[in-house]
Design a protein around this ligand. Sequence first.
Ligand code: UVW
Length: 318
Amino acid sequence: MTDTAPDLTDLLADSPSNWGKWGPDDEVGSLNYLGPEQVLAAAGLIRTGKTFTLQRLIGDPKGDPVWPGRTPATRTQIMDESTWDAADAPQFPGGLHYADDKIDAFLQGSTQYDALGHVWYGGQLYNGYDARSTVGGMEMASVEPIAQRGVVGRAVLLDMARFRGKETLESAETFTHEDLLACAEKQGVEIRPRDILVIRTNYLQRFFELGDKFYEGFCEPGMVYSPELVQWFADMEIPNLVTDTIANEVTTDPNNGVALVLHNALMRNLGITFTEICDLESLAADCAEDGAYEFFYAAAPLKVAKGSGSPVNPLAIK
Ligand code: UVW
């Protein structure tokens, strides 16, 4: 944060809010917009059966891109064939051997859903829950209710990198909802109310090219805050924002110096779920080839009690 950056409480004082809209106990926010009608309509988009998985590899030999301060997951082999070299190895009737392993991972350290309570300001989370309810584990607005529910709907890919004629967007490059609409128009796809928006920047290609240098002056590209953009998301009743960057929006807003404004304006205030660090490359290549930028989207984050996020492997089916 810069010295002159405004407080989020002031910056977003007049920003729209969905608090209370789905009752005082709601923990899934704008996912309430995705009911049976939306699921059935989305199922009607399945025409070829082409299926794309959008998760990045956990434990990629080329490295796992994570938010600064987080560490990539580590996988530890616990049992394998060498276990049975030991004289005191476990013996099972019939001669069974097996492999076991475990991972130590940030729940936001890979492709993930953020819980609606993952970020906050002014001492309150989504729906007005007390920020103290996060201490020692998320008592409210954790990822668990999102995982219990699942996420299914019509999604559109907005390929901002291709739209701007670039292999990847630049560090700190921004775009607005007007740019998303222009991109959709160029792609020949309509953004409809209650659509899941899937935005491609291909920025993480730079992580794999640059290694640790990727984090120098870290500022990802992405959508930038404006009152008009937030109102558009509210009016369009967007349930879920899915991107291939680590944090779904320009890291530091160039207009005011505030970090992650949209996490607060969209997630905390409107209850829009955020899905981050997706791999959209195969899907985007296919969309460019067949010209079909709309598809059935389904995601089931893991049911982690009190979790502030969860790994996920979303599916896009055409
Ligand atoms: C932060 O909120 C800091 O990161 P992310 O949403 O990318 O998990």
